[in-house]
Write a protein that binds this ligand. Structure first.
Ligand code: IMP
Ligand code: MG
Length: 197
Protein backbone atom coordinates (compact mmCIF):
# COMPACT_ATOMS: atom_id res chain seq x y z
CA UNK A 1 0.00 0.00 0.00
CA UNK A 2 1.66 3.23 -1.09
CA UNK A 3 1.33 5.97 1.48
CA UNK A 4 1.08 9.68 0.84
CA UNK A 5 4.44 10.89 -0.38
CA UNK A 6 6.11 14.03 0.90
CA UNK A 7 4.97 16.87 -1.29
CA UNK A 8 6.17 20.29 -2.20
CA UNK A 9 5.83 23.12 0.28
CA UNK A 10 3.86 26.13 -0.85
CA UNK A 11 5.67 29.25 -1.80
CA UNK A 12 3.60 31.76 0.11
CA UNK A 13 4.72 34.80 -1.85
CA UNK A 14 1.77 35.27 -4.17
CA UNK A 15 1.64 37.78 -6.94
CA UNK A 16 -1.60 39.49 -7.80
CA UNK A 17 -2.44 39.68 -11.47
CA UNK A 18 -5.50 40.79 -13.37
CA UNK A 19 -7.65 38.05 -14.82
CA UNK A 20 -7.95 38.15 -18.57
CA UNK A 21 -11.40 36.59 -18.38
CA UNK A 22 -13.63 38.89 -16.43
CA UNK A 23 -11.76 41.67 -14.71
CA UNK A 24 -11.83 39.77 -11.42
CA UNK A 25 -8.49 39.85 -9.68
CA UNK A 26 -6.53 36.67 -9.18
CA UNK A 27 -3.74 35.76 -6.81
CA UNK A 28 -1.43 33.12 -8.18
CA UNK A 29 -1.07 30.34 -5.65
CA UNK A 30 0.82 27.79 -7.77
CA UNK A 31 2.72 28.70 -10.89
CA UNK A 32 2.69 26.56 -14.00
CA UNK A 33 6.38 25.63 -13.62
CA UNK A 34 5.80 24.39 -10.07
CA UNK A 35 2.75 22.41 -11.18
CA UNK A 36 4.71 20.83 -14.01
CA UNK A 37 7.50 19.82 -11.65
CA UNK A 38 5.11 18.15 -9.19
CA UNK A 39 3.14 16.38 -11.94
CA UNK A 40 6.44 14.92 -13.17
CA UNK A 41 7.37 13.83 -9.66
CA UNK A 42 3.99 12.15 -9.09
CA UNK A 43 4.27 10.37 -12.46
CA UNK A 44 7.71 9.10 -11.47
CA UNK A 45 6.36 7.76 -8.17
CA UNK A 46 3.58 5.92 -10.00
CA UNK A 47 6.03 4.54 -12.57
CA UNK A 48 8.25 3.27 -9.76
CA UNK A 49 5.40 1.83 -7.64
CA UNK A 50 3.85 -0.14 -10.54
CA UNK A 51 7.00 -1.21 -12.37
CA UNK A 52 6.23 -3.98 -14.87
CA UNK A 53 2.46 -3.58 -14.49
CA UNK A 54 -0.36 -1.79 -16.28
CA UNK A 55 -2.18 1.10 -14.61
CA UNK A 56 -5.76 2.11 -15.38
CA UNK A 57 -6.32 5.82 -14.74
CA UNK A 58 -9.85 6.94 -13.95
CA UNK A 59 -10.34 10.69 -14.26
CA UNK A 60 -13.08 12.41 -12.29
CA UNK A 61 -14.74 14.81 -14.71
CA UNK A 62 -14.44 17.56 -15.32
CA UNK A 63 -11.83 19.05 -13.02
CA UNK A 64 -9.22 16.29 -13.33
CA UNK A 65 -9.00 16.30 -17.13
CA UNK A 66 -5.97 18.58 -17.41
CA UNK A 67 -4.07 16.97 -14.54
CA UNK A 68 -4.78 13.52 -15.98
CA UNK A 69 -3.68 14.43 -19.48
CA UNK A 70 -0.37 15.88 -18.24
CA UNK A 71 0.17 13.04 -15.74
CA UNK A 72 -0.41 10.12 -18.09
CA UNK A 73 2.11 11.39 -20.62
CA UNK A 74 4.82 11.21 -17.96
CA UNK A 75 3.97 7.70 -16.76
CA UNK A 76 6.37 5.20 -18.27
CA UNK A 77 4.15 2.10 -18.04
CA UNK A 78 1.36 0.44 -19.97
CA UNK A 79 -1.71 2.59 -19.33
CA UNK A 80 -5.41 2.86 -20.06
CA UNK A 81 -7.97 5.58 -19.28
CA UNK A 82 -11.60 5.84 -18.30
CA UNK A 83 -13.72 8.62 -16.81
CA UNK A 84 -16.48 9.09 -14.28
CA UNK A 85 -18.55 12.20 -13.76
CA UNK A 86 -20.04 13.23 -10.44
CA UNK A 87 -22.01 16.22 -9.31
CA UNK A 88 -21.64 17.57 -5.82
CA UNK A 89 -21.06 21.29 -6.09
CA UNK A 90 -23.17 22.83 -8.81
CA UNK A 91 -22.30 26.49 -9.26
CA UNK A 92 -21.63 27.22 -5.61
CA UNK A 93 -18.42 26.98 -3.67
CA UNK A 94 -19.77 24.83 -0.85
CA UNK A 95 -20.48 21.13 -1.24
CA UNK A 96 -24.13 20.16 -1.25
CA UNK A 97 -23.04 17.22 0.90
CA UNK A 98 -24.50 14.84 -1.64
CA UNK A 99 -22.73 13.13 -4.51
CA UNK A 100 -24.50 11.93 -7.62
CA UNK A 101 -22.99 9.74 -10.33
CA UNK A 102 -23.63 11.38 -13.71
CA UNK A 103 -21.40 9.15 -15.84
CA UNK A 104 -20.21 5.65 -15.05
CA UNK A 105 -17.17 3.82 -16.43
CA UNK A 106 -17.18 2.43 -19.95
CA UNK A 107 -15.58 -0.89 -18.97
CA UNK A 108 -14.90 -3.29 -16.11
CA UNK A 109 -12.04 -2.62 -13.68
CA UNK A 110 -11.90 -6.17 -12.29
CA UNK A 111 -8.27 -7.21 -11.80
CA UNK A 112 -6.83 -3.80 -12.80
CA UNK A 113 -4.48 -1.46 -10.95
CA UNK A 114 -6.80 1.53 -10.74
CA UNK A 115 -5.61 5.05 -10.00
CA UNK A 116 -8.45 7.45 -9.36
CA UNK A 117 -7.29 10.86 -10.55
CA UNK A 118 -8.88 13.95 -8.95
CA UNK A 119 -8.18 17.64 -9.15
CA UNK A 120 -8.68 18.32 -5.43
CA UNK A 121 -9.44 16.43 -2.24
CA UNK A 122 -11.58 18.78 -0.18
CA UNK A 123 -14.26 17.42 2.18
CA UNK A 124 -13.54 13.92 0.85
CA UNK A 125 -17.23 13.22 0.13
CA UNK A 126 -16.66 12.70 -3.60
CA UNK A 127 -13.67 10.39 -3.33
CA UNK A 128 -15.04 8.31 -0.47
CA UNK A 129 -18.23 7.77 -2.48
CA UNK A 130 -16.27 6.82 -5.61
CA UNK A 131 -13.87 4.52 -3.75
CA UNK A 132 -16.81 2.71 -2.16
CA UNK A 133 -18.35 2.07 -5.58
CA UNK A 134 -15.06 1.08 -7.21
CA UNK A 135 -13.95 -1.34 -4.48
CA UNK A 136 -17.12 -3.36 -5.04
CA UNK A 137 -15.93 -3.96 -8.61
CA UNK A 138 -12.85 -5.91 -7.49
CA UNK A 139 -9.89 -3.99 -8.91
CA UNK A 140 -6.48 -5.55 -8.21
CA UNK A 141 -5.53 -2.32 -6.42
CA UNK A 142 -7.09 1.10 -5.94
CA UNK A 143 -5.07 4.27 -5.33
CA UNK A 144 -5.91 7.96 -5.35
CA UNK A 145 -3.86 10.66 -7.09
CA UNK A 146 -5.00 14.17 -6.18
CA UNK A 147 -3.28 17.23 -7.56
CA UNK A 148 -4.37 19.32 -4.56
CA UNK A 149 -5.24 18.45 -0.99
CA UNK A 150 -7.12 20.76 1.41
CA UNK A 151 -6.89 18.68 4.62
CA UNK A 152 -8.42 21.40 6.80
CA UNK A 153 -11.79 20.89 5.09
CA UNK A 154 -11.99 17.12 5.49
CA UNK A 155 -15.27 15.54 6.64
CA UNK A 156 -14.58 11.96 5.54
CA UNK A 157 -11.60 9.98 6.77
CA UNK A 158 -9.78 9.63 3.47
CA UNK A 159 -6.34 10.53 2.15
CA UNK A 160 -4.68 10.36 -1.25
CA UNK A 161 -1.79 8.03 -2.08
CA UNK A 162 -0.23 10.61 -4.42
CA UNK A 163 -0.57 14.34 -3.70
CA UNK A 164 0.72 17.25 -5.74
CA UNK A 165 0.35 20.08 -3.23
CA UNK A 166 -1.23 20.56 0.16
CA UNK A 167 -2.97 23.95 0.12
CA UNK A 168 -4.67 26.18 2.69
CA UNK A 169 -8.43 26.58 2.95
CA UNK A 170 -8.91 28.83 -0.07
CA UNK A 171 -11.10 28.34 -3.13
CA UNK A 172 -8.83 27.83 -6.12
CA UNK A 173 -9.34 27.87 -9.87
CA UNK A 174 -7.27 27.05 -12.95
CA UNK A 175 -5.52 23.99 -14.39
CA UNK A 176 -8.90 22.27 -14.69
CA UNK A 177 -10.53 23.68 -11.54
CA UNK A 178 -13.53 25.93 -12.05
CA UNK A 179 -15.76 28.45 -10.39
CA UNK A 180 -19.19 28.13 -12.04
CA UNK A 181 -17.51 26.44 -15.05
CA UNK A 182 -15.11 29.36 -15.60
CA UNK A 183 -11.32 29.52 -15.28
CA UNK A 184 -10.53 25.87 -16.07
CA UNK A 185 -8.17 27.13 -18.78
CA UNK A 186 -5.84 29.14 -16.52
CA UNK A 187 -2.31 27.76 -16.64
CA UNK A 188 -1.54 28.71 -13.05
CA UNK A 189 -3.66 27.78 -10.04
CA UNK A 190 -5.16 30.95 -8.60
CA UNK A 191 -7.36 32.27 -5.82
CA UNK A 192 -10.10 34.71 -6.83
CA UNK A 193 -9.70 37.74 -4.58
CA UNK A 194 -13.28 38.99 -4.72
CA UNK A 195 -15.45 36.51 -6.61
CA UNK A 196 -18.77 37.67 -7.97
CA UNK A 197 -21.64 35.71 -6.40
P1 IMP B 1 -15.07 17.08 -2.02
O1 IMP B 1 -16.13 16.05 -2.33
O2 IMP B 1 -15.55 18.10 -1.05
O3 IMP B 1 -13.74 16.48 -1.62
O4 IMP B 1 -14.87 17.95 -3.31
C1 IMP B 1 -14.29 17.51 -4.41
C2 IMP B 1 -14.70 18.36 -5.58
O5 IMP B 1 -15.14 19.67 -5.21
C3 IMP B 1 -13.52 18.60 -6.47
O6 IMP B 1 -13.41 17.57 -7.41
C4 IMP B 1 -13.84 19.92 -7.09
O7 IMP B 1 -14.63 19.72 -8.25
C5 IMP B 1 -14.65 20.65 -6.07
N1 IMP B 1 -13.80 21.60 -5.30
C6 IMP B 1 -13.42 21.51 -4.03
N2 IMP B 1 -12.63 22.55 -3.66
C7 IMP B 1 -12.52 23.31 -4.77
C8 IMP B 1 -11.80 24.52 -5.05
O8 IMP B 1 -11.10 25.13 -4.23
N3 IMP B 1 -11.93 24.99 -6.32
C9 IMP B 1 -12.67 24.38 -7.29
N4 IMP B 1 -13.33 23.24 -7.06
C10 IMP B 1 -13.26 22.71 -5.81
MG1 MG C 1 -13.89 17.73 -9.53
Amino acid sequence: MASAQPHAKLNLSRRTQPSVQSGERMKILLRRAAIRKRVLAVAREITRDFRGERVHLIGVLKGACIFLSDLIREINLETSIDFMAVASYGKRKESSGQVRLNKDLDSSIAGLNVILVEDILDTGLTLSYLCRILRQRRPKSLKIAALLDKPSRRIKNICADYVGFTIPNEFVVGYGLDYGERYRNLKDICVIEAPRE
